[in-house]
Ligand binder design. Structure first.
Ligand SMILES: [Zn+2]
Length: 496
């Protein structure tokens, strides 16, 4: 009975959740457009394209949303390093300690997943280097502007244009590409020498808007650290990483103070997150392809830590050689890639994929270690996970949760903006827990309570089971003696 009452109350909570509609746009603290902005707007590098319809009036708009990515921010940096500004941000908002990202755990696939809610096989941005056999096109981080590679999905800064919103993106991967013929209303073409303060200055000005042009509803901001230091020094170099993370934290402080100065802080929703983590590599953990296979037998598309190659000789033979090449490398034929990776159903996946174990790197030959730190590995590895911190009127205050999926960030952002999400792989079920004024079922808590109740019921049942024979102890000897009497007539009854 206890269990039945408990389960009935659970069903009732779940049903209540299911009835909650995405947030209706509310009157909020959208900043009044100002004709002048003291932000450092780097007009030389800012551009704008696509002329969406005028933005809706501020009174009908939800709070704007700023999405910030600090590239390569491994989840456990938060526990290992002191970051007072970031801590202040999530203490007043929410912290998701581990954000499970998508495979491959590389920069472009994961940044595109954050703004589309799709796994790599669905948005088509599979890795840092790609090849498309049908068009004979190649993609690399140095040559990434062809919309062909991005057009399988539509990032939020494009999607929100259809809701008559203006949007902005500062150096977020893909933000300077005309995806399905459109860019954000404002964007900065990628230039690694543009400082964080300059990027932030533009974002702040675009969020604030002007008298003629209302502020943008969604802005995305990208920064290269701590990824750059993680590659260069390795995440185990605590001196170098402490320095890099101090700079990142200073930038978080700069972000908050700039938003305060612009009158935006507290009136906009801010999400600070990352694309992936980082793991330590070593010259003692190299896997050389040429030790296993003649280089003339394959064409290399991408290398480490996930290698994509096309056999030029008998594919089965090439696969068989690679399959037994190294104990710390797993070879997959495309058709056999595990479903959980969501990395099979796209023509940009090459016939053979090799995945190195954590901390191992695949090279073709030699002894040269490419980088001291790397990422790209299996997305179930905690070292590959990022974090998420958020603050603003849409979020709970002082709330902390253990985990979430990065594909859930997109439906969460669409919900906050009242933008209809495109079909995606994410869900609001878990993400809802971090929103203010939302009820949610904490799956871990519910599972714990269910297990606890079941254990209690089992204990009570056992206790009754133990007590019953004790109560019945009187008749037992009698019954036994009766039986024994039947079995052996020579036994004398013990009871008189
Ligand atoms: Zn990255």
């Amino acid at each position: 009975m206890l269990l039945r009452i408990f389960l009935a109350s659970l069903v009732s909570v779940a049903a209540t959740n299911g009835q909650q509609e995405p947030g209706t746009p509310t009157t909020n603290g959208l900043p009044s457009p100002s004709s002048s902005s003291s932000s450092s707007s780097s007009s030389s590098s800012s551009s704008s394209s696509s002329s969406p319809s005028p933005s809706p009036s501020p009174s009908s708009s939800p709070p704007p949303l700023l999405l910030v990515s600090f590239d390569g921010f491994r989840a456990d940096y938060l526990q290992r390093y002191h970051m007072p500004n970031l801590e202040l941000l999530y203490r007043g908002g929410v912290l998701v300690e581990e954000l499970t990202n998508v495979f491959t755990t590389k920069t472009f696939p994961n940044h595109y997943s954050l703004v589309t809610g799709l796994y790599a096989e669905s948005h088509g941005m599979m890795a840092s280097k790609m090849y498309d056999a049908e068009t004979n096109k190649t993609f690399s981080l140095m040559d990434d502007k062809d919309p062909f590679w991005w057009n399988e999905a539509e990032p939020l800064w494009v999607r929100a244009l259809d809701s008559n919103y203006s949007t902005a993106a500062a150096m977020w991967p893909g933000s300077d590409v005309a995806i399905r013929n459109r860019t954000a209303t404002h964007f900065l073409p990628y230039n690694s020498s543009v400082t964080f303060a300059e990027r932030l200055g533009n974002i702040s000005a675009w969020l604030k808007g002007s008298e003629q042009d209302g502020g943008v509803i969604f802005a995305a901001l990208y920064w290269e650290e701590p990824d750059r230091s993680g590659h260069m020094f390795g995440p185990d170099n605590t001196t170098a990483m402490a320095k890099a993370l101090k700079e990142v934290d200073d930038n978080v402080g700069l972000l908050v103070s700039e938003l305060r100065r612009a009158g935006l802080w507290g009136h906009i929703n801010v999400v600070v997150t990352s694309d992936h983590g980082m793991t330590q590599c070593s010259a003692q953990r190299l896997i050389r392809l040429d030790d296993c296979l003649d280089p003339h037998n394959y064409t290399l598309v991408d290398l480490a830590p996930v290698t994509a190659l096309i056999p030029t000789q008998d594919p089965e033979k090439v696969f068989s050689l690679l399959d037994k090449c190294h104990p710390h490398m797993t070879a997959y034929q495309k058709k056999a890639l595990p479903e959980r990776l969501h990395y099979r159903n796209n023509r940009r996946v090459q016939p053979i994929i090799l995945i190195a174990d954590e901390g191992w790197l695949i090279i073709q030959q030699g002894d040269k270690l490419p980088t001291l730190g790397n990422h790209g590995y299996d997305n179930t590895l905690p070292s590959m996970h990022a974090f998420l911190a958020a603050s603003g009127p849409g979020f709970r205050q002082g709330y902390r949760t253990a985990g979430m999926k990065s594909v859930d960030v997109y439906p969460l952002m669409c919900h906050l903006l009242g933008v209809p999400p495109a079909p995606n792989n994410g869900s609001l079920a878990q993400a809802r827990c971090i929103l203010s004024g939302e009820g949610c079922v904490d799956v871990a808590l519910v599972a714990g309570v269910v297990v606890g109740v079941l254990l209690l019921l089992t204990a009570v049942t056992c206790l009754f089971g133990l007590m019953k024979p004790r109560r019945a102890r009187g008749p037992v000897p009698f019954q036994r003696l009766q039986l024994e009497e039947e079995d052996d007539d020579d036994d004398e009854p013990l009871l008189g």
